[in-house]
Design a protein around this ligand. Structure first.
Ligand SMILES: NC(=O)c1ccc[n+]([C@@H]2O[C@H](COP(=O)([O-])OP(=O)(O)OC[C@H]3O[C@@H](n4cnc5c(N)ncnc54)[C@H](OP(=O)(O)O)[C@@H]3O)[C@@H](O)[C@H]2O)c1
Length: 325
């Protein structure tokens, strides 16, 4: 990409999109195109086509999606599959019609089968049944990968699907009703500190292992991929394998280790209580990132540093707050 390349970041106010936008600006890209949902509803095919025809982006980061936790996915499965299929189809087709050079389609590790080998390689795609709770969402994402692959084969486009592991960072969702494990731990620990409670209750046994990637590291990986030289970029676009790449650290920790790290960083001196009556989820979810490492990218933010940075950015939100939950 050139410093003045026209780069459209779809979903630039979300956790992923905002991090990618910040990183592009930090690296000196001066022509980032952004639109809020109010300015451009990506479910509206006519408006999406008009936007692409007017703005002619050369690169697209597709980080807009209807995203939610288990509860939302279970309650609104039809909305999750429909909105994601429409939104991504609109952006992928408009990109083709307007000769976008490279498109990066963001998905997540839920595209892999529930019982995929650990760590999960890209080749695990479509080798077994999915986790049922977010199957409609995952199938929409798998359809997006298949679309990128089909468009590359039929139209000669250069679309790549990137599957990040669990992310965390300052723009995360800290709402306990549908947040992921790390923001939930930060919030509970912050609230215990604020209220003077001497225990923090953690869901499950604390033994499952999880991989976590700092959102700014993901952003750096996305820019790295979009910027790869032709030979290395094209090495991911072979006809016989999906154009798919995992993004993660390749390292995981137990939930107990995670809770202890959060407690240490926030300065919580009380006790962690593990509520084994609550579900543990999968025993392990780790990405195989050897393809990304072979291309020359490694994460740079350790979990310890990433949690410190996140806490520094959000601590004022929690000062003196009590949740009542
Ligand atoms: N967060 C993670 O841990 C994680 C991990 C792996 C992969 N991912 C993937 O990364 C992608 C983005 O996730 P995220 O966590 O950044 O989600 P997010 O924070 O919810 O952001 C999604 C963005 O999409 C926008 N959007 C949704 N529907 C839209 C529409 N109809 N028109 C225009 N914009 C729309 C939202 O706009 P509004 O702000 O206006 O709602 C929001 O800015 C997803 O594909 C997800 O699977 C996320």
């Amino acid at each position: 990409m050139k410093p003045d390349s026209r780069i459209y970041i779809a979903g630039h106010r979300g956790l992923v999109g905002s991090a990618v936008h910040r990183e592009l600006v930090r690296q000196g890209y001066t022509n980032c195109l952004t639109r809020t949902r109010q300015e451009l509803d990506l479910l509206d095919t006519v408006k999406v086509n008009r936007f692409f025809a007017n703005e002619k982006p050369e690169y697209v980061v597709l980080a807009a999606a209807k995203v939610g936790g288990i509860l939302a996915n279970n309650t609104y499965p039809a909305d999750f599959i429909r909105d994601n299929l429409i939104l991504q189809t609109n952006v992928i087709e408009a990109s083709r019609l307007n000769q976008v050079e490279r498109l990066l389609f963001l998905g997540s590790s839920c595209i892999y089968p529930k019982l995929a080998p650990q760590p999960m390689p890209e080749s695990a795609l479509l080798t077994g049944p999915l986790e049922p709770t977010n199957r409609p969402y995952a199938i929409a994402k798998i359809a997006g990968i298949e679309m990128c692959w089909s468009y590359n084969r039929q139209y000669g486009t250069k679309y790549l699907a990137a599957m990040p592991t669990n992310l965390y960072g300052p723009n995360d969702n800290f709402d306990l009703a549908n947040s992921h494990v790390l923001p939930a731990l930060i919030r509970k620990t912050a609230e215990a500190l604020a209220s003077g409670a001497d225990t923090v209750t953690v869901w499950g046994t604390g033994t499952p292992r999880r991989e976590l990637l700092y959102s700014d590291d993901l952003a750096r990986a996305c820019v790295f991929l979009l910027n790869l030289d032709e030979a290395r970029y094209n090495s991911m676009l072979a006809e016989d394998v999906p154009p798919l790449i995992n993004i993660g650290t390749g390292e995981d920790v137990t939930i107990r280790e995670l809770a202890e790290t959060v407690a240490r960083i926030l300065g919580f001196k009380g006790r962690l209580v593990f509520d084994a009556s609550k579900p543990d989820g999968a025993p392990r979810k780790l990405m195989d990132v050897s393809r990304l490492h072979q291309l020359g990218w490694h994460h740079t933010t350790s979990l310890e540093r990433g949690i410190r940075l996140t806490w520094q950015a959000v601590r004022s939100q929690f000062r003196g707050q009590r949740s009542g939950k």
